[in-house]
Design a protein around this ligand. Structure first.
Ligand SMILES: *[C@@H]1O[C@H](CO)[C@@H](O)[C@H](O)[C@H]1NC(C)=O
Ligand SMILES: [Cu+2]
Ligand SMILES: [Zn+2]
Length: 174
């Protein structure tokens, strides 16, 4: 069984390498709400280990806000129906650099005094193919900062105590 999975994984990797750059995009909004927040984020599979996350989001006061991949791409109930953090390995909530983290844990984004957040980082856990694939899932921007699972708050180890869901969008193929 394990050998079979390894072969399948190797085939998927080979196909990916041939197709070169897999790119996905998210249009971030507030479904069913006022839509003061808006953003465009691009995800590019750079190689088999890294995804480049790049974009601009506007509409929140200066500060840090939790930024995650959530399990579902269903926004019929607003950001609430996006489900919990994408966590296929059944790990604890953590910092993007932790090994013990949800695949969806992308940390915080920082808004400046002009209410603009410029996003530009690499992540080694999310992917655009394979078991960590985020296509068809959601990106959620929260109403407060992610504590990376580092505090005693009861929600710290599951959500980073990042508060409500300010905006979200589905990760779509470009
Ligand atoms: C997002 O992209 C759309 C379409 O290109 C553009 O009209 C809009 O201004 C962009 N929003 C931000 C915040 O960059
Ligand atoms: Cu979240
Ligand atoms: Zn998490």
């Amino acid at each position: 069984m394990v050998a079979y999975l390894l072969v399948v994984f190797a085939l998927v990797s080979a196909v990916t390498a041939e197709n070169q750059k897999l790119v996905a995009k998210v249009f971030l909004t507030e479904p069913l709400r006022k839509n003061n927040i808006q953003g465009n984020i691009t995800f590019t599979q750079v190689d088999d280990q890294k995804v480049h996350v790049e974009g601009v989001v506007i509409g929140l006061p200066a500060g840090r806000y939790g930024f995650h991949v959530h399990e579902k791409g269903d926004l019929s109930g607003g950001c609430a129906s996006a489900g919990p953090h994408f966590n296929p390995e059944k790990k604890q909530h953590g910092h993007p650099n932790d090994q013990n983290r949800h695949v969806g844990d992308l940390g915080n984004v920082v808004f400046n005094e002009d209410s603009v957040a410029t996003i530009d980082f690499m992540d080694t856990m999310i992917a655009l193919y394979g078991p960590h694939c985020i296509l068809g899932r959601s990106i959620v921007l929260h109403e407060s900062d992610d504590d990376y699972g580092r505090t005693d708050h009861p929600d710290s180890k599951t959500t980073g105590n990042a508060g409500g869901r300010a905006a979200c969008g589905v990760v779509g193929i470009v």
